[in-house]
Design a protein. Structure first.
Length: 239
């Protein structure tokens, strides 16, 4: 079964726009799991413009479902936080400082030695590691050489082509990358711009997908459909 991890960053964006603690991030995490999410994802950035580092600590104290922290591991503050909190999974994303949103995966060949070193740090702490990559065979092969447990396929390209009606063209490189990952013994996650329109087709074509992490689209849908209902709708796309 493919798990749904709900990224709650947008709750923090809304809270921070007014100050105070409304909406409550800890409650959002607890509600996500209560409404059926298989996991909760947060992506703290150095400027803490949405998820704050203290949010991560507070969520970890109370959450009972799988906890995934994603972010830029070149920032020592991020590394220290992950080692302190010890989530179930850390997803390494090559964001630049101040980047609006993640828009590319790791070059696992160019950064092989660095990734080997940093991945070993997290794995020694008992944390499963996933690294964010583009759907390219050589990047998957490079990922396998780093010692990572999983890869997360960056799916913006899929979403864009899918929305223009080019479904088979959209999914083709992801099927190839997923098959290669499966053959190399890598776990497989996916995320970025997956939504109620394109998620089912993605899952149908990659049935061994372990997990999807979805935030922006899911929270936008929840504004109209309700948080609990939306989580259930997304889970149905993964059946």
């Amino acid at each position: 079964m493919t798990k749904l991890s709900v990224n709650i960053n947008k709750f923090a964006t809304l809270r921070n726009s007014r100050g105070g603690n409304n909406p409550d991030l800890v409650k959002a995490a607890v509600d996500a799991q209560r409404f059926g999410a298989d996991g909760v994802t947060v992506h703290p950035r150095p400027d803490e413009r949405h998820i704050r580092y203290q949010d991560v600590r507070e969520i970890k104290k109370i959450i009972t479902t799988e906890f995934n922290i994603e972010g830029n591991c070149t920032e020592q503050k991020f590394v220290d936080l992950v080692l302190e909190v010890k989530p179930n999974q850390v997803t390494l994303v090559p964001d630049a400082l101040g980047q609006l949103t993640s828009d590319h995966g790791w070059d696992t060949i160019k950064n092989k030695n660095y990734l080997i070193d940093i991945i070993s740090v997290f794995k020694k702490a008992g944390i499963r590691v996933s690294i964010f990559i583009d759907p390219a065979i050589n990047m998957v092969e490079g990922a396998a050489a780093t010692g990572t447990d999983r890869i997360e396929l960056y799916t913006e390209g899929y979403a864009q082509k899918f929305s223009s009606g080019k479904k088979q063209e959209a999914i083709a490189p992801y099927i190839d990358a997923a098959k290669k990952a499966n053959g190399l013994g890598l776990g497989l996650n996916a995320g970025h711009d997956l939504d109620l329109h394109n998620l089912k087709f993605f899952k149908q074509n990659i049935p061994w997908l372990d997990e999807v992490s979805i935030g922006h689209a899911l929270i936008c849908d929840a504004l109209y459909l309700g948080f609990e209902n939306t989580i259930q709708l997304y889970k149905r796309q993964l059946m």
